[in-house]
Design a protein around this ligand. Structure first.
Ligand SMILES: [Zn+2]
Length: 276
């Protein structure tokens, strides 16, 4: 079989467990490019918003807008929405190439949910102005777009360096290398190229091989958590290793602990004891 070409299997000595995930230079460059596209689209969304606000600024609050400028306003807001969501898509994809560390809670939140912040920037001013100018329909539509655009821009399952490292460690324990397989539309990654679940759509799907991080970067349908590892592949690997369920769990914990322990400050005495 093709995947048997593992060269450095050594004796009992294992490769040290990863404590964090470091993206390759290539992934980092790709993330940079995607972020640039995302920011560019967001800037254009704000430009659309400014155009809408110029129309509203000129409006007399006591005189209703005629149909043409009102429709123009709604179309501009729709363009604003499309640009916002497109920008957020690029931004979220970039984070899968180069995820944030969840150790810094604030940075982790802003890096992953920046699209929500942009949704507020791209719509809230126009919502307020529309209501000041008594253009209630436009105001309501803008408010709706802000909420919808915000939800579409949020990352409900954000990737983290820690999660990438844990799974890379675990796959390494199971297979001796961080090499997995996935399909374009599948929601799992696999350890064996001939997995039954991959076989079932062999004719229509394109297979790719790479690290766990590559799987996340190239297929946004795979959620970045441990449950995305195909359970059939996991069981098969455990069986080949002769591991029981407990031993398997132990390995999983070990892979996770290597990351979590590294995240904590190195064995310094906590001064919690002295406090009352
Ligand atoms: Zn599988």
């Amino acid at each position: 079989m093709a995947e048997k070409k593992i060269t450095r299997v050594g004796g009992g000595e294992k490769a040290p467990q990863k404590t964090t995930f470091v993206p390759t230079a290539e992934a980092k460059a790709q993330a940079g490019k995607l972020r640039m596209y995302g920011i560019l689209l967001w800037v254009l969304a704000v430009v659309a918003e400014i155009a809408a606000m110029i129309i509203l600024f000129k409006k007399d609050p006591e005189v209703a807008l005629s149909t043409v400028p009102r429709v123009a306003l709604i179309v501009i807001l729709l363009i604003d929405l499309v640009l916002l969501i497109a920008g957020s898509m690029f931004w979220k994809k970039a984070n899968r190439f180069d995820p944030a560390s969840n150790q810094d809670v604030l940075k982790f939140f802003f890096q992953n949910q920046l699209g929500v912040v942009v949704a507020v920037i791209a719509f809230l001013p126009v919502v307020i102005l529309a209501f000041i100018k008594k253009e209630y329909l436009v105001g309501a539509i803008a408010a709706l777009f802000m909420v919808g655009g915000g939800l579409a821009s949020a990352d409900f399952k954000p990737p983290s360096k820690e999660e990438y490292a844990k799974q890379s460690n675990y796959v390494n324990e199971l297979m001796g290398a961080d090499h997995v397989y996935w399909t374009k539309s599948g929601t799992k990654y696999h350890l064996y190229q001939d997995c039954q679940y991959l076989k079932s759509d062999r004719t229509t799907e394109i297979f790719e091989g790479g690290t766990v991080a590559d799987a996340y970067a190239n297929n946004s349908k795979i959620k970045p958590d441990m449950s995305s590892l195909c359970s059939a592949c996991e069981k098969r690997a455990a069986k080949e290793k002769g591991w029981t369920d407990e031993q398997l769990q132990e390995m999983k914990d070990k892979a996770a602990n290597a990351v979590e322990n590294a995240a904590q400050p190195p064995q310094t005495e906590q001064k919690a004891e002295g406090e009352n």
